[in-house]
Design a protein around this ligand. Structure first.
Ligand code: F6P
Length: 345
C-alpha cells in the first residue's frame, strides 16, 4: 500500500510530529509513504517525494512542516478534483492522509465524495474544528500567548497602563479565552460575544477606582466591533485577501486600544502577537497529541476507514466522519466563557 501525506492551511506546531508518526506507524503496516509538497497543491501539481524513517528523523520537536503548506483548494481550481484523482492514480496512491484545519479537511471531505480514499487529521492553533475536543497546536499557541501576557503584565504594572493583547482566532475565541484565563486578563473579547467596549471601559475604571492602576485586555483578531451605534458590527481587516480568497484579519487590537484610551483616559498600548503564536517548537502536550493522531490515522488507513478523521474525545482518539467534523465550526460555548467573565474587572 502507498500512502501520501499532506499538510494544508496555516502552519502549526506539531505538524512534523504527525508526519513522523505516520511514517513510523506505516513501517509497522509495511506501507510506503510519500509526502505531497505544499498541501493539496502537491497532488494538483504532481510534486511529491518519498518519506522515510531517515528523512523524518529529528523533526519531532521542530515547528513548521517539512512538507510545506498552502491554502490551495483543488475544488476551486478548474478541473482540480479530476487532476487530484488522476495524479493519485498515476502514482499508485492508495490513500491520502490530509493534515489540516477546516479548509483542508472540507476539501478532503469533498474529494472523498469524488472517490479519493482520504483520512483526515485535525490541526489548527484556533481549535475551531468540530469532531475533536482539541486540535494539536492549540496548546502551544495558548502557552505562547500566556507567556506574552505574563510579560506584558510587568510593563502594564510598572507604567500604570492598559495593554491590549491581540491574539489569533479568526472565527472563534479559544486562544483568547484560554490565554486570557491563564494570564489573568481583566477583560477578554471574542468573536462569539458582541464586543461592548463601554462595559470594558467601566471594568477598567472600576479597577483604577479600587486602587489597581493597570489592566490587560485580550482580544481575538476576529472579534466584531461596532464603530458607532448606528453601524453594524464588523471584523477589522487589512483589506487584502489570502491564497484561499479569505480576508486577512488584523487591526482590532489597535482599534480597541484607541477606543479604551478615549473612553477611560488611561494610557493604553497594543501588542499584536501574530504568527509568533504559530511558530517554533510544540509543547510536550502537542507532540503527544500529534503522535497519537498520526499513529491512529495510519491505522484508519489500514482498516480502510476513509472519509473520516482522527479526533480526540475525552482522552480517547476516535474516528469521526469528515463531513460531520467540517459542517460547522466549534465555537467557545457561552457557559465556558462565563468562567472567564468571573475574573473580569
Ligand atoms: O491558522 C489559523 C489562523 O491562525 C487564523 O487565526 C488567522 O486568521 C490565520 O491563521 C492567519 O494566517 P495567515 O496569515 O498565514 O494567512
Amino acid at each position: 500500500m502507498r500512502i501520501a501525506v499532506l499538510t494544508g492551511g496555516g502552519d502549526c506546531p506539531g505538524l512534523n510530529a504527525v508526519i513522523r508518526a505516520v511514517v513510523r506507524r506505516a513501517q509497522n503496516h509495511r506501507f510506503e509513504v510519500v509526502g505531497l509538497r505544499d498541501g493539496w497543491k502537491g497532488l494538483l501539481e504532481d510534486r511529491m517525494f518519498p518519506l522515510t524513517r531517515e528523512n523524518t528523523a529529528g523533526i519531532l520537536h521542530r515547528g513548521g512542516t517539512i512538507l510545506g503548506t498552502s491554502r490551495v483548494n483543488p475544488l476551486t481550481v478548474e478541473g482540480g478534483a479530476e487532476k487530484v484523482l488522476s495524479n493519485a492514480k498515476k502514482h499508485g496512491i492508495d490513500a491520502v492522509v490530509a493534515i489540516g484545519g477546516e479548509g483542508t479537511l472540507s476539501a478532503a471531505a469533498r474529494l472523498h465524495e469524488h472517490g479519493l480514499p482520504v483520512v483526515g487529521i485535525p490541526k489548527t492553533i484556533d481549535n475551531d474544528l468540530n469532531g475533536t475536543d482539541y486540535t494539536f497546536g492549540f496548546d502551544t499557541a495558548v502557552s505562547i500567548a500566556t507567556e506574552a501576557i505574563d510579560r506584558l503584565h510587568s510593563t502594564a504594572e510598572s507604567h500604570k497602563r492598559v495593554i491590549v493583547v491581540e491574539v489569533m482566532g479568526r472565527h472563534v475565541g479559544w486562544i483568547a479565552t484560554h490565554s486570557g484565563i491563564a494570564g489573568g486578563a481583566d477583560a477578554i473579547l471574542v468573536p462569539e460575544e458582541p464586543a461592548d467596549l463601554g462595559v470594558v471601559a467601566e471594568h477598567l475604571k472600576r479597577r483604577y477606582a479600587g486602587g489597581t492602576s493597570f489592566s490587560i485586555v485580550v482580544v481575538a483578531e476576529g472579534t466584531k466591533i461596532r464603530a458607532s451605534p448606528d453601524e453594524p458590527e464588523h471584523v477589522i481587516t487589512s483589506g487584502a485577501l489570502d491564497e484561499a480568497g479569505r480576508v486577512r484579519l488584523g487591526g482590532v487590537g489597535q482599534y480597541v486600544a484607541q477606543e479604551l484610551e478615549r473612553r477611560t483616559g488611561f494610557e493604553t498600548r497594543v501588542s499584536v502577537l501574530g504568527h509568533i503564536q504559530r511558530g517554533g517548537t510544540p509543547t510536550a502536550h502537542d507532540r503527544v497529541l500529534a503522535s497519537r493522531f498520526g499513529v491512529y490515522a495510519c491505522d484508519m488507513v489500514a482498516r480502510g476507514e476513509f472519509g473520516r478523521m482522527a479526533g480526540l474525545r475525552g482522552n480517547e482518539v476516535t474516528s469521526v466522519a469528515l463531513a460531520d467534523a467540517t459542517r460547522t465550526l466549534k465555537r467557545v460555548p457561552a457557559e465556558y466563557f462565563d468562567v472567564a467573565k468571573v475574573f473580569f474587572g
